[in-house]
Design a protein around this ligand. Structure first.
Ligand code: FE2
Length: 148
């Protein structure tokens, strides 16, 4: 993998995670309905996890001599995850959106892993294993919770 390609795709993942962090916190604040207490707490656990992943991705980039973006405008520009309206939303509706976002993150991490493996970039490849595991677990659990 060429340095530029790693830099670009890892920064896309970084920007996506930052936008996702704030989106999860917005849902944590604005979730409505009878499952408020459960979902409110679960969202906090998700954004705490994402916060650590943001730092992991940025520092992995630095370890390989890359440059993580660090400005809000750059995060928004590079993110593959779109912001939501920032207003009241039902648990069912937000879970569907969070599930789709975790699928986007899983796709990004998997694609970075494939490229890293082609170029024997072990550090990036290993870091993507952790993220793929974390995102897959979220996809599985949220999918289970949505079965009626
Ligand atoms: Fe809170």
């Amino acid at each position: 993998m060429q340095q530029n390609k790693v830099n670009t795709s890892m920064n896309e993942l970084l920007g996506s995670l930052v936008v996702f962090y704030h989106k999860l916190q917005s849902y944590h604040w604005y979730v409505t309905g009878h499952s408020f207490f459960t979902i409110h707490a679960q969202l906090e656990s998700y954004y705490d996890e994402v916060n650590e992943e943001i730092d992991e991705v940025a520092e992995t980039l630095l370890k390989i001599g890359g440059k993580p973006v660090s400005r809000m405008g750059e995060f928004l520009e590079l993110s593959k995850i779109k912001e939501d309206n920032g207003t009241y939303i039902s648990a069912d509706e937000l879970l569907g959106k969070v599930l789709e976002d975790y699928r986007v993150l899983l796709g990004l991490a998997s694609s970075i892993k494939t490229s890293a493996d082609e170029e024997n970039s072990y550090l990036v490849s290993t870091k993507m294993d952790d993220l793929i595991d974390s995102f897959s677990k979220a996809v599985w659990m949220i999918s289970q919770s949505m079965i009626k």
